[in-house]
Design a protein around this ligand. Structure first.
Ligand code: NAD
Length: 332
């Protein structure tokens, strides 16, 4: 029934039921790397929960998935603490929601905000630490504060340099992913061996990196794109786009498609281009990410408990239903 007809008690009960269902789905997705429902099913229930909690803020609980980063840390791995938390990301599913995001940020700023627009790679976030140019530690996001030490597995990935081009000490973040071809070959092999196939490249990549035996990760042909500089002690950048250039100069694999967009019409063109050509890419994407390009403005905008305020994911519609469900008409 419509939300304005809920009493607080009803809303609290409905929210609790949604949290339980979402927790079951998350357990399968994050802990077992084997989702039991498709992402859009999860996303819709998550949205319902957000709507209920927004209408009745008093019913929000600390353990609600809206209040925390989802991944669970597997036993068996050494744990690491992220001094700068690894957050989740807000998402929007329509042009109107994207315009709302932009308008909200724009209200606090006198000039027109520039966005660095990047592809949203369908993999899992990784954090890499280099000391004097040498790779010393790699970790998963985990619950945002505590992640898993997967250094040995990450050392098997060619796209992750062991030594940088300069002897800098730096912490960087990005996405580890399984290219589509590796994913298809892996699932074929698994089926031939009577093992269950992975649901999608993201789960396959996560399942491969969270193996205690590094030989398995080595066989899986994983790759990585880096897109965030966490520490600026030894390097300099004033925009996200410059940060990507610095990462590339240091020897990291950086996705070449990122573009600075000066207005929402340019953002729209970028989205439409990659929504139409995503099948031609060698890796999966599930949307695009808009990041405020100015790093000082990013810092000024800050984060909520769960997501940065200066970035948003525009999620593509689920692939099978893409043309039927959402034939977007842009009105920006
Ligand atoms: P998310 O995966 O939607 O977005 C945040 C992540 O995007 C970052 O952590 C980073 O890893 C990644 N990313 C990719 N490209 C990036 C780029 N260029 N710049 C910055 N980040 C980039 O958010 P989340 O909190 O990790 O997970 C929520 C997602 O997990 C939802 O899409 C949801 O559908 C899915 N999920 C599905 C199930 C299920 O049962 N199917 C269960 C739980 C969660």
């Amino acid at each position: 029934k419509p939300i304005d007809q809920y009493t607080q008690t009803e809303a609290a009960a409905a929210a609790q039921e949604l949290r339980q269902t979402l927790a079951e789905y998350s357990e399968a997705y994050y802990t077992k790397d084997a989702p039991v429902v498709e992402d859009h099913v999860y996303d819709e229930l998550y949205r319902d929960l957000e709507t209920l909690e927004a209408a009745f803020p008093i019913i929000v609980t600390n353990d609600s998935p809206t209040q925390k980063v989802g991944d669970q840390v597997l036993p068996g791995f050494k744990k690491v603490t992220h001094e700068v938390p690894m957050l989740s990301m807000g998402d929007v599913f329509s042009e109107e929601e994207l315009a709302t995001f932009d308008n909200r940020l724009q209200k606090n700023v006198e000039h027109v905000i520039e966005y660095n627009v990047e592809l949203k790679i369908d993999g899992l976030a990784i954090d890499l630490i280099y000391e004097k140019g040498q790779f010393v530690r790699g970790a998963t996001r985990g619950n945002g504060t505590i992640g898993e030490d997967i250094t040995q597995n990450l050392k098997t990935i060619k796209a992750i340099p062991q030594t940088l081009t300069k002897p800098v000490s730096i912490e960087v973040r990005g996405e580890c992913y399984m290219p589509k071809a590796s994913f298809a070959a892996l699932n074929e092999k698994r089926e031939a061996e009577g093992q269950p196939p992975f649901a999608n490249p993201r789960n396959a990549a996560a399942g491969s990196l969270r193996q205690l035996d590094a030989k398995i990760a080595a066989e899986r042909n994983l790759s990585a794109f880096m897109y965030t500089i966490v520490t600026f002690d030894d390097v300099q950048a004033t925009t996200q786009h410059e940060a990507l250039e610095v990462l590339a100069e240091l020897g990291f694999n950086v996705n070449p498609t990122a573009e600075v967009c000066h207005n929402m019409t340019e953002v729209k063109t970028f989205i439409e281009r990659y929504q139409a050509t995503r099948d031609d890419l060698e890796y999966g994407i599930d949307g695009v990410v808009l990041k405020v390009n100015d790093l000082a403005l990013q810092r000024q905008l800050g984060n909520t408990v769960k997501v940065p305020r200066w970035e948003i994911a525009y999620k593509f519609p689920p692939e099978e239903a893409a043309t039927i469900v959402r034939d977007i008409e842009w009105t920006i």
